[in-house]
Design a protein. Structure first.
Length: 126
């Protein structure tokens, strides 16, 4: 199963959400694809199967889920370190540029959303 591209959903969003954060995290291949978001604990949860364990035991795993779509610093973790970035805008109209020899642009309702979109466009080009 391939992870769906989140760009269209990010572009259509009028604000960030934990559902979008999970989609971004999975699409960036930063977690087990079977992970789910626990609203109660505000974290990722998944079962990791260990075939070498007696009976192929499952281990319950957890990890924090960054707020990519609402937190600018979290969104910047999606940008490769060798690329420059720039965000402009106000209100609900922001544009982001990410680049090096080639630039990737995005428009969105918030600065974190714009960075997420531009970062995925840059990832697609690699």
């Amino acid at each position: 199963m391939t992870t769906p591209d989140p760009i269209a959903r990010l572009e259509a969003a009028d604000k960030g959400s934990r559902e979008l954060d999970l989609e971004v995290h999975k699409a960036a291949k930063l977690c087990d694809p079977s992970a789910w978001y626990s609203e109660h604990f505000d974290q990722l949860e998944w079962n990791e199967h260990h075939p070498e364990a007696p009976g192929g035991a499952d281990e319950f795993c957890t990890a924090p889920l960054p707020h990519y779509t609402t937190n600018f610093d979290a969104a910047l973790t999606l940008v490769r370190g060798d690329l420059w970035w720039r965000v402009e805008g106000r209100g609900k109209a922001f544009t982001a540029q990410i680049g090096k020899s080639r630039q990737f642009h995005a428009g969105a309702a918030g600065p974190a959303l714009a960075i997420c979109i531009a970062a995925f466009r840059a990832r697609e080009a690699v």
